[in-house]
Design a protein around this ligand. Sequence first.
Ligand SMILES: [Zn+2]
Length: 452
Amino acid sequence: MYDLVVRNGRMVTPEGLSYCDLAVDEGVIVAVGSKLKGRKELNADGLLVLPGVVDAHVHMALPVRGDRSSDDFLSGSMAAAAGGVTSMVDFTVGSPRTDLVQDIDARLETAEPSVIDYGFHCEMVGWTSGRENEIPSAVEKGVTSFKFFTAYGDSGRRSDSGALYRCFSKIAETGAVAVVHAEDDDLIRSLTAELSDDEKSSMTALSRTRPDICEGAAIDQVAFYGEVTGASVHVVHVSSALGASRIEAARMRGLDITAETCPQYLYLTDQVYRREDGHLYSASPALRGEDDGEYLWGCLGYGALDFVATDHCPFTSEQKAWKGSFSDLPYGLPGVETSLPLIYSGGVATGRIPLETLPVIMSQAPAERYGLKSKGRLAPGYDGDLVLFDPEARWTARAEDLHMKVDFSPYEGMEIQGRVITTVARGEIIYSEGRHLCEPGRGKYLFRNTRD
Ligand SMILES: [Zn+2]
């Protein structure tokens, strides 16, 4: 008799679909087979059983210019649970005045209320020479990925070539991963300087000052530093066909470089910036053209992009109120709760992505890239993190029905096929049919290491 058995479901793994039961004991998957018996049983008749989603790019309670992204770790993790997400990787809040270990300790405190498991990437900002030597001590604290910005020089977050080279060298030594927001700052600055006052007060200037060339140029740069230092590189939120093609080019050279894209770059285009509420879609990278989205879907389908993450960084419409210039807006969109249904609906249901690829791009690949060794697969020995998903259910996205603390949805009114019914995390039913069944603080810190 097992603690929990999921019966009669169609289990989706990279090997394909199988009709079987799945048993969890003490939070860990212990058996996959038939006629398993549990003290508690979930009937998954008619449903898909997927591994819990690993969202490796979220920003809960992110401080931005005296404000914070609108989800904290409690509301954001509850929204995540409702979206089938059972693990997330957030970021420390770096500064020139604190070291990486202090940043990790502070973030551990902020993250405590989370209802799902969480890890961190160390944000590398405020570069001073010698900071690369803090990297091994962060690894000792269970953080094995380090986030760099090639853009945002104005706010002091940019890593210049010297910082990239030194830190990548240290990252290669420790076996960690360099995580990069890749946009060429010089190019952005030059294009911004050319804007007339009229253009500055238009939302469409956001995408014109951060075109795909910025992304492509910065990817080439960080790929090169990865190549010469031997560091593993992961590029976050690839938004354009040009960017994705530079990832492919680097891979053709045999580099250890991976990349993610996000639902907003698959679904939304820069046409939204022409709308009256276009300012609500402020994000960086900016949204692109329709062809870019189609190209990125293709990349996910055949493995040229490794996984989906959301870059969940919600701000309310009040926080995003238009003040006359695109550069006065906080950048970021909500997404942690809608990611799995959107990828199923636009990817699997349309035939762009094979069903057996879904657990790879949503769970397994991010878990493997970031060393979340107990996560991402439906197999004995892995954590009992899973989602019961109704592939036939149709629903309409409405901000008011979602749990994220945002009063608008970028997908408002969109018809979506596929819905999360139940979310199980380490064997515990944390969400089912609209209700949360978990206590704040049940999520655990995912301590990672770079060994084996
Ligand atoms: Zn981000």
